[in-house]
Design a protein around this ligand. Sequence first.
Ligand code: PMP
Length: 411
Amino acid sequence: MPAKQSLNERIEAFKKQNLSLDMTRGKPGPEQLDISNGMLTIVGENNVHTPSGLDVRNYGGLDGFPEAKRLFADFLDVSPDEVIIGGNASLNLMYDTVAQVMSHGTSGEGKPWLGRKIKFLCPVPGYDRHFAICEHFGIGMIPVPLTDGGPDMAEVERLVRVDPAVRGMWCVPKYSNPSGVVYSEETVERLASMKTAAEDFRILWDNAYTVHHLGGGPARLKNILEACKKSGNPDRVLIFGSTSKVSFPGAGIAVMAGSTNNLEWVRGRLFFQTIGPDKINMLRHVLYFKNMQGILDHMDKHARIIAPKFQAVQEILERELGGKDVATWTEPYGGYFVSLDTKPGCAAAVVALAGELGVKFTKAGATWPYGKDPHDSNIRIAPTLPSLQQIRTAVEVLAVCIQRVSIGDSA
Ligand code: PMP
C-alpha cells in the first residue's frame, strides 16, 4: 500500500477515537505531586518554629531565614550569603529582575534601561516565558543556536564583543527547556570570561532543572558564579531556581543567587516591594527535605515516575520515524521535555493536524523569540503530565502527522 494511503487510513482511525490529549505544558503528573504530600501537614498548630526557634507565623525576614538559606545555597551550589529566598515562582524573580534593570539600571551602571536600545541573546530553542518577558519590556532578542554543549559560543562571543546594546542573555544551563542540553565546562568558562562591549552585561542563569534527572543522578554543571568571580566579573550572573517541579508548582519556593553586590541591589528593591516572603512554606520545605540529600532522594522518586514516560517517547518516535529522514529529536537525561525538529516548513502544519486529531502540542514557534521559528521545524514534547498510555497514543499521532505532512500533497 502506498505510504500516503496508509497514513491517511491511520489518520482516519485516530479521528474515530475522539482523542482529547494535552501535551502542551511541562507539568508534573498527579503521582509526582503525591510524593510531596507529607509537606502539607509537616507544619501545624504545634510546629510553627524554625529549628533555631523563629516563629514563622509573623512578619520578619526580607530574604529568608537561615536554615532555608543553607538548604537552598546547596541547591544552587553557592554560599548562604549568596542566596535570596523569594516567593512561589522563579519566573516572578526573573521578571522583577528585568523590571528593576529597566527602571533603575543594573548594580553596575545604575542607569535605567528603559527607553534605550537593549538586546538579549536568546539560545534557541528556548523557554517561551523568557522571551515573553523581553517582548513585554521591548528588549530586542537575538537568537543564538544551541549546540550539544550549550549556546554556540563563537557566535555569543562575537555578538557581545561588537554590540554594546547586547546587555543580557537567557540561559537554562542544565537540561535546557526544551532541548535537554547541559552546558559544558568550557561553555560556562567562556560565558564567565568573555569580553563584552557592554560594561554591565548580565546573564540570567535559570537553573530551573538543576536536580531534575531521569535516573542517572543530576548532571554536573560548572559553578558559574565561581567562574565569574575568577574572571573578574562577579556581577555578571544572576542565578534562579525553584522547587516548582520538586514539590508543588505554584506552591514551591523560588530562590535567586549572585554576588553579594548583586544581592544588595536586589534587596534594595525588595525592601519597597514586600515585607518578606512566605516563611510558613519555607518551613515546610526545610522540615520536609532537611538537607540537600533529602532533595536528591526525593528527585530519585520523581525520576522513577517520569523516566518510563520519556522512554515511551523515544520508543515510539524510533519505531515510527527511525531511518525515515523526516525528523530528529533529543534524548535528554533530565528536565521536562523532548525537542523534535521536523523538516523545515512542517512544524506548524504537524501541530495543526495533531490538534485536529485531538492531540494538543505546544504551539509551533513557541520555542523561538516572538513565537517565530524561521525554519518552522521545532516542536516541544512535554511528556510528564499525561499517563503512559496517553503519551504512547499522543506521540504515535505526532509521528503519523509528521510523516503525512512531510509527504505533502503532491506525492
Ligand atoms: N524556568 C524554566 C526553564 C521553566 O521551564 C519553568 C517552568 N516551566 C520555569 C522557569 C518556571 O518556574 P517557576 O514555577 O519557579 O516560576
